[in-house]
Design a protein around this ligand. Structure first.
Ligand SMILES: [Zn+2]
Length: 224
């Protein structure tokens, strides 16, 4: 079903949209080893395969270039040259732009001109006590009411899929860490019609409820 819509670039696997009516992009910046967030790349790829959504999967580890950090980021334990980070971020912006163009939402001024959602797909430790955490930097990346509507929908869909929501609750803006400041830069670049939600998903949901999770995310994308 990928049908030639996969584009491998220097730092990314880019899944160009199969359906232009789904104004949503799934992004897994920490999908590559070492220090990968398990199943996050699979989730993005599988969403593309099932419903045709656009996706960007990191092809390099966060130790080489962290696609959830700005161009000048070097990282605490990163021994890689800064220029990889800069090149990778630049490439990320270019690939996003190409997806927006394909979705027909890129204006002549380079801004997104129609409501579009960018989902950052991440992994969080079970020890945090949540099944999922939605982060929008307290509404600066996405209107709170949209975030809350999506949270509610995910709860209902996951519960219908057999996930115990009391054991795996869905929270919002728990520590502020689930919505990196870099994403404000992304939104500024593409404008306020681009809404961004950073989704931190527990290991349990990623590994034991993978199918239910992908189904829930696809239902959310289809109903946007
Ligand atoms: Zn992450």
């Amino acid at each position: 079903m990928v049908g030639g819509r996969l584009k491998e670039t220097r730092f990314h696997d880019v899944y160009l949209p199969l359906r232009k009516d789904l104004k949503v992009v799934f992004h897994s910046p920490h999908a590559a080893a070492p220090k990968r967030e398990f199943y996050t790349g699979t989730i993005v790829r599988e969403l593309h395969r099932r419903i045709g959504t656009a996706g960007i999967v990191a092809g390099v580890s966060r130790a080489v270039a962290d696609l959830n950090r700005p161009a000048d980021h070097t990282g605490v334990d990163c021994s890689c040259p800064e220029n990889y980070q800069r090149e990778a971020v630049e490439e990320f912006f270019n690939q996003l732009k190409e997806i927006f163009r394909e979705l027909g939402v890129l204006g002549e001024n380079g801004k997104v001109r129609e409501e579009t959602l960018l989902f950052g797909i991440h992994g969080v430790k079970d020890e945090k006590g949540y099944g999922m955490i939605l982060g929008t930097r307290n509404g600066s990346l996405c209107p709170i009411d949209l975030r809350d509507r999506i949270k509610k929908k995910l709860e209902v869909l996951l519960e219908a899929g057999g996930v115990d929501i009391n054991q795996n609750p869905i929270g919002c803006e728990i520590s502020g860490y689930e919505g990196h400041p870099f994403l404000e830069e992304v939104r500024e670049k593409f404008g306020e019609k681009l809404n961004i939600i950073q989704l931190e998903i527990s290991r349990t949901l990623r590994t034991r409820y993978t199918d239910q999770l992908i189904t829930a995310l696809s239902m959310v994308a289809l109903a946007l």
